[in-house]
Design a protein around this ligand. Structure first.
Ligand code: TXA
Ligand code: MG
Length: 315
């Protein structure tokens, strides 16, 4: 059931979580599908609802530092610096886990991915539940992430106890994931641009393409995909035949001749484009198009996260 995130519904949602149920809720990145991270039975329901393989570990969401200490063993100096600068916000840190975190959450890894979301509804839900909340994006495994409650309702409506509607999300792409090894490794491009992390930490290595032994399934070559086949293309080089049953995902301007088109940011703002990306793809995906052609965006700032999602969605 989808409900507005009123104080009453928030209290109800917190109870559902305490009782081992599933609640979909907005974060500043995308909607998450939450369960009590300390309860393996509750967490198992997340995997079942998403059709997610259990080798794919979850992100644990906390609302304060005491909760963080329940799930991580130690916080290194660089981790501390990052927390002070970027939390609450869309940065996920991979840190050594405590025994309180069930192996199902981390897919048996000795580390746990954690973040403190900035969205007031997410913060308040976690705070009221009084529990760390495991929450992947609230979509079937491998499919487009949800940036609106109605996306969750359409994709997982019958599998979730409660969907808290808090309107469209702000960033529209998932959190950046950083493994604090020496040197630090970026595991997923996301809502905090790599440049901002490097400004604080110095050089960071990328480990975002692991087709054979993915650390993060977002690293699989195929992920974040709509049902309609999508490919990166320069719209100006396509023939009228190629365009006539196809959709265009444009960065700034529409090219004529497509059956449907979405523009991510007329002024060329990469943050605006990221926030519209999944929403535009959800819309195009409902139109029964033969194919979606996506135009490339500049690869700096949030452009890296956008291009990462588009390349992985391509087939
Ligand atoms: O913005 C986000 O991060 C959203 C919102 C809901 O917070 N969540 C999200 O979760 O994107 P999900 O499950 O779709 O992606 C989390 C990724 C997974 O691909 C998982 O493999 C990786 O985080 N991950 C989790 N634990 C890890 C660990 N211990 N080491 C490396 N990667 C890990
Ligand atoms: Mg996901």
């Amino acid at each position: 059931m989808r409900v507005d995130a009123t104080p009453d519904h928030l209290a109800q949602a917190a109870q559902v979580l305490q009782q081992g149920g599933l609640v979909a809720f907005p974060t500043e990145t995308v909607y998450g599908l939450g369960a009590n991270a300390l309860n393996a039975t509750a967490v198992a329901r997340i995997f079942a609802a998403k059709g997610r393989p259990t080798f794919d570990p979850l992100i644990v969401h906390v609302s304060n530092l005491e909760m963080l200490q329940q799930v991580v063993q130690s916080i290194s100096q660089p981790a501390q610096t990052l927390i002070e600068r970027f939390w609450p916000g869309p940065l996920t840190l991979v840190l050594p886990k405590t025994k309180a975190v069930p192996g199902l959450v981390t897919a048996g890894l000795p580390t746990v991915a954690v973040r403190m979301p900035a969205h007031p509804i997410a913060r308040s839900l976690i705070e009221q539940a009084g529990l760390p909340i495991a929450a992947p994006s609230a979509n079937p495994f491998g499919y487009l992430s949800p940036t609106r409650a109605t996306h969750v309702e359409r994709m997982l409506g019958d599998k979730v106890d409660l969907i808290l509607d808090g309107g469209p999300t702000q960033f529209g792409v998932e959190s950046s994931i950083l493994l604090l090894s020496n040197p630090p490794l970026l595991l997923r491009h996301g809502a905090v641009p790599l440049e901002d992390l490097e400004e604080l930490l110095g050089p960071i290595e990328l480990q975002i393409n692991q087709a054979h032994r993915p650390l993060v399934p977002g690293q699989l070559p195929q992920h974040y995909a709509p049902r309609t086949p999508i490919e990166l293309a320069n719209p100006h080089t396509l023939s009228p035949q190629q365009k006539q049953d196809a959709g265009l995902l444009a960065f700034q301007h529409i090219t004529p001749g497509f059956a449907a088109a979405e523009v991510l940011s007329p002024v060329g703002d990469l943050s605006e484009a990221a926030s519209k990306l999944f929403e535009a793809l959800h819309r195009l995906d409902t139109l029964g198009l033969s194919r979606i052609y996506a135009e490339a965006v500049p690869q700096h700032g949030l452009g890296q996260a956008i291009m990462d999602r588009l390349k992985r969605a391509s087939r």
